[in-house]
Ligand binder design. Structure first.
Ligand code: NAP
Ligand code: 8YV
Length: 320
């Protein structure tokens, strides 16, 4: 299909770039000097966008491509894309669910243990040559604790299975109570925070969850409470979180995602009792390859067979 033109909006793994450029005429947005002029001249040729989760794909951008058919995202979260605007233009949006679920759940559990048991601080202490006497006991433990999962979907459920096997009690909050599982349901995020020792955020980003974890939720989590965010940075009011960590409103936090990546606030950088990861939830070669392949397969299937493999709910297939 070398006559079909795609635009890759941000850098993606070499394997994805190679496969797409073998099959399609691939334009790389970051290599284009004058975006405005290029969009004017070439926008009408582009039939597919290959997105990497960084460049915002909003309504005005989508409308620069009058013949656009598909937006294929690299990642299960697609809060970078205005999927409702795409639906209005009859453009299908795809993401990469399932293939990363277990990897991200592993990372979430690792981050929770690192945070509660202060493992990265202990390692820093050892490397600094301090191991003459014993390292101070961690105030936190996972024994007899309740894990509150905000967003019990594919990844949240995989986290719950692991935590249950570790002996933790599980509660969750979604907008809709699930009938297929028996974990305790909290009808609000506030109730979940009040009832949890550790609050695990794995809900999607976007307007509905923007800053939903604010000073009130952190106060409800309490002074022994721990926040883990493996979902999206925009979900947490970072200023409120910094304040809560500073004044002991909560005990600690483990964060894989931030409001303004790759910027991490200096106030968090200097806190020894928080764990900070550079958005590595799915970041193994195995899983990123699987995500890349699913993204390529979505594009190929669309242009060869006229159907996406994993469309997002806003752009269902077949169309309603
Ligand atoms: P999913 O299966 O769609 O699960 C999302 C869950 O969140 C659903 O149970 C949904 O239930 C709930 N939810 C959505 N909006 C909500 C709201 N406004 N209030 C309360 N609950 C809400 O998605 P997934 O595959 O588990 O992925 C979840 C998210 O993880 C992604 O969107 C992405 O942001 C993040 N993620 C991060 C990494 C990383 O590297 N850190 C990697 C992969 C994914 P209801 O619809 O009933 O509310
Ligand atoms: C990716 C993610 O790192 O899938 C997601 O939603 O956050 C991660 O798996 C990211 O999308 C790649 O840009």
């Amino acid at each position: 299909m070398p006559d079909i033109e795609l635009l890759m909006t941000d850098r993606q793994p070499a394997q994805v770039q190679e496969e797409l450029s073998r099959r399609f005429r691939l334009h790389r947005y970051w290599e284009i000097e004058d975006h405005g002029q290029w969009l004017e001249s070439y926008g009408a040729n582009i039939r597919g966008l290959a997105c990497g989760g960084h460049t915002p794909i909003d309504g005005p951008f989508i409308r620069r491509f009058p013949n656009l058919e598909i937006i294929a995202n690299f990642g299960v979260g697609y809060d970078n894309i205005d999927a409702s605007a795409a639906a209005a233009e009859k453009v299908v949006v795809t993401n990469t669910p399932d293939v990363l679920t277990e990897e991200v759940a592993d990372t979430a559990i690792g981050l929770m243990i690192m945070t509660v048991r202060e493992l990265s601080a202990a390692e820093r202490w050892l490397r600094a040559g301090n191991w003459k006497s014993a390292y101070p006991l961690s105030p936190g433990t996972l024994r007899n604790k309740r894990l509150g999962i905000f967003g019990l979907g594919r990844i949240g459920e995989a986290i719950a299975r692991r935590a249950e096997a570790m002996g933790m009690d599980i509660a969750y909050h979604n907008r809709t109570r699930r009938t297929d599982i028996s974990y305790a349901y909290c009808p609000s995020l506030l109730a979940l925070a009040e009832q949890s020792d550790i609050l695990m955020c794995v809900a999607p980003g976007g307007p509905a969850t923007h800053h939903i974890i604010d000073a009130t939720i952190l106060r409800a989590l309490g002074s022994d409470g721990v926040l883990i965010n493996i979902g999206r940075g925009s979900t947490v009011d970072e200023t409120a979180l910094i304040e809560a960590l500073r004044n002991g409103t909560i005990r600690s936090a483990g964060l894989d995602v931030f409001e303004n990546e790759p910027h991490v606030p200096e106030e968090l950088m200097v806190m020894d009792h928080v764990v900070l990861l550079p958005h590595v939830g799915s970041a193994s070669v195995h899983t990123r390859n699987a995500m890349g392949q699913l993204k390529v397969d979505n594009l190929v299937n669309w242009f060869e067979n006229g159907a996406p493999l994993t469309p997002v709910p806003e752009t269902p297939w077949p169309r309603d």
